[in-house]
Design a protein around this ligand. Structure first.
Ligand code: NAD
Length: 390
């Protein structure tokens, strides 16, 4: 059933404050971070609406019993359709495995709910297009969970690039490594099947890297790449039986952006010793910027000024502080750092602002389709062993 999406028409509480009623789908890693963002967002950004946690879906009865009361959801269910089709819910957080995003998003859109969906958007370009069409046809706002581009550091870097501080971009070198799959006995999961995850490290982690490259430097033009599955079998989590791995463990790519700048990118979940090494170096005609998510409260900036001596010039360290918005919403003291969950609150803030002001979300499903197309081009380039246009 279609709902009236205008917040002005929602009922008020006794203080005259409107409300947004939230359904969270999936209470794993991301379900927890979305729910924390929903519960903290109003106080951080002074949203002019109350947030009500209406319903939680999870596959596990134990999780429903634990997390319903823990976060204060009004009800829990093991049927996601009850949340997506509910008439008393305004927005949903889709925090389930990649293969489940499409059906949930389509049903939520058709019943008039705004959608905050985790990345990658879908397991195929076809599904991503269906999601775009459903959101457009029903006029709902959509936001994808590319949280790393919401950190105060990244927002500051983006502004420096836009202000021309490093000149015209000539190169993006991205690397993203984590070590959670290094051990060959790490269990098989939905992430390792084409149907469940779609792509492996490329979709799971590379989606963050590729989206960040596009956000910072513009659309990709062409790519050559190689995907590789190092550990071809992994044990089933319950039976221990060895199962085939269908997706990649790592990829490397080279290519160009439409503006002519070059890129090199490498992503791996076999990156020994790395916990969250989503990093890059953007080089321009007048300077360069280096960033590593493992040190998310700082970045390195080099500005060519033509005056400093070669023996002393080099990168300087910039610590993030309240002048790098929205750091100050969390903490008044520079260098004291914000963390992963704060990025999710900033993402929720952008989403809520777009709902309340009828504004744009970045990245929405339409932009997500561009990211998915770039990921597909990287995979295609590896399969055909040739340059592919994006
Ligand atoms: P998870 O395994 O921790 O949790 C998945 C949840 O989905 C569970 O609560 C489970 O009950 C539910 N679920 C499992 N199978 C299901 C099915 N068949 N149908 C419906 N629901 C099902 O997963 P996670 O790590 O939270 O990942 C969820 C999504 O978030 C994925 O799309 C993933 O790529 C994304 N993710 C994003 C980030 C980020 O930084 N933005 C980080 C991790 C994961």
């Amino acid at each position: 059933m279609k709902r009236d999406l205008r917040i002005d028409n929602q009922p008020e509480n006794r203080l005259g404050v409107k409300k947004l009623r939230v359904g969270v789908l999936g209470m794993g890693f991301m379900g927890g971070t979305h729910t924390q963002a929903w519960t903290r967002g109003k106080s951080v950004f002074n949203w002019p609406v109350d947030i009500e946690l209406a319903a939680l879906f999870d596959m596990s009865e134990d999780s429903c019993a634990l997390n319903g009361p823990r976060y204060g959801f009004e009800r829990t269910t093991m049927d996601w359709r009850e949340v997506c089709g509910a008439t008393d819910i305004d927005v949903v957080s889709i925090c389930t495995p990649n293969f489940a995003h499409k059906d949930m998003a389509v049903m939520a859109a058709e019943s008039g709910k705004h959608i905050w969906c985790e990345k990658p958007m879908a397991t195929s370009l076809e599904d991503a297009k269906i999601m775009v069409d459903a959101a457009k046809a029903n006029g709902v706002k959509t936001m994808l969970g590319y949280n790393y581009m919401k950190s105060p550091s990244l927002l500051a870097i983006k502004k420096l690039i836009e202000d021309g501080v490093i000149g015209e971009i000539v190169h993006f070198n991205g690397v993203y490594q984590e070590d959670f799959m290094c051990d060959q006995s790490a269990p098989h999961s939905w992430r390792l099947t084409k149907k469940g995850g779609g792509k492996g490290a490329l979709g799971d982690m590379g989606s963050h890297q590729v989206s960040m490259a596009i956000w910072l430097c513009g659309p990709l033009k062409e790519v050559a790449a190689r995907l590789q599955t190092v550990h071809q079998h992994r044990p089933d989590a319950e039976t221990g039986e060895m199962k085939e791995v269908e997706t990649d463990d790592q990829y490397s790519a080279i290519g160009t952006f439409q503006n002519g700048a070059m890129f090199t990118m490498h992503t791996s979940w076999l990156g020994q010793g790395h916990k969250m090494n989503l990093g890059f170096e953007v080089t321009g005609t007048k300077g360069a910027i280096k960033f590593d998510q493992e040190r998310m409260g700082e970045f390195q900036l080099f500005e060519q000024d033509g005056n400093s001596e070669m023996r002393t010039n080099g990168f300087k360290q910039v610590f993030i502080g309240p002048w790098h918005s929205p750091f100050g919403n969390f903490c008044p003291a520079p260098g004291h750092h914000v963390g992963f969950n704060e990025m999710k609150i900033i993402e929720a803030g952008d989403f809520v602002r777009a709902i309340l002001e009828d504004g744009e979300c970045y990245p929405d499903f339409q932009k997500g389709l561009e990211f998915e197309s770039a990921l597909q081009a990287i995979q295609d380039a590896s399969e055909v062993r040739a340059w592919v246009d994006v």
